[in-house]
Design a protein around this ligand. Sequence first.
Ligand SMILES: [Zn+2]
Length: 453
Amino acid sequence: MRLTLYLMSLFVSLLLMTSCQSQRALGKNENGLRPYPIIDMHMHAFQWNKYGDPPPPNLITRKSPAARSDSEAIEAYITEMDKHSIVLAVGSGELDMVEKMQARLGPRFLGGIEFPKYTKPVNRRIEDWPDTNELLNLFQSGKIKIMGEITAQYAGVAPNDPRLEPYFAMAEKLDIPVCLHTGFGPPMSPYMGDPEFRMRYGNPLLLEDVLVRHPRLRIYIAHGGYPFLDETIALMLMYRQVYMDISAIDWLLTKEGFHDYLKQLIRARLEKRIMFGTDQMIWPETVEMSIEAIDSAGFLSKEQKQRIFFDNAATFLRLDKSKYLPGKSLKTDEVNSETIKVIRSEMRLRPATVGDKLLTSFNLNSTGFKSAAVQVTGFDIDAVSEAEMVINGHKISLPEDIVGDMTAKTVTIEVDKKILKEGKNTVTFVFADAVGGTTGFSILAFDLILRKK
Ligand SMILES: [Zn+2]
């Protein structure tokens, strides 16, 4: 959603009461780092002067953007990324800005072209439907990775309008994620710059026929479909491939209004498909405001916050989560004066089919240990699959918390020292049969600890 300052002013009286909390302590550990990374599923690569020169202040925070060039605008966002452990941003805009962002951020950025309505600098909204052949070339060359943000509502185009059909068909065929603007827009839009804007076309349920026609479409609805709560829940309950981002509403609504809405989505069991987003345009402080809106949600557990900030987006984008998670290290209480030796093996196992396995082996010539334990670091992707570990032919089951959770965990398992032998030892991880388990699990590391006692 693009919000001009003029339109945003209508929100101001509502927001000034609740928005000055950005200095509140964020969910960080004692080192000032977040315990887990964040993915921003919805931001914009906008020109610094998109809304005018000088750029207008954000009327919620009353801060004026400091950037006076496109590269300064990009750096301002990246500063927020680094400050808040945002490991990946999904952003859209015009192609030249998306390319600049891509050049600067590399693999930390997934770009898309916003269409059909966008705002040329300065604040002159035009309608432009991308040529499908050009779009296809951009996807095939890897220059863009996301379809959208599709801002069809601003052009008076419903989600099920035939004009969108070629784009949905292309996205499904190429297996490209689609970001569709849903919900609301700046108040009075039909009178100001977007005469075709229609509130009713923000209704996510209008996407239903598209989903029936394109069952493999990887689509997420932007802004949580706000305020179409019932329709959003209806759509997502029926079509489990649909995800959402909560961008813009996480800093634009009152804290209470946003939390009430989010709570309803959580109560509808949608917590695994809600993804964090900022809708950052030209006001970088909205990043921290958005994060704070999740951090301050007392009704969310730590696990739910982590899902919203990272896991759900990683699942939707099919990322190798281990690339983004903090490097695991041996628990310090395991490395003590009682430890004789630690044998470590970094692993990467991403099985897809039952029976897939990964082997590691180590030589043991250290005698004199009295007890042994293994530490296994890994995580499950869909929370239903099972991993089995076999050491020298002895099956050792992994605790539930490593095979039934979507966050990387290190578990310590005591092993009978008789299982270990002089010379070569072999450890095998097997993707075992499990009800409903189809997408696999990841084992990232295996450590053997030999102790004096
Ligand atoms: Zn939007």
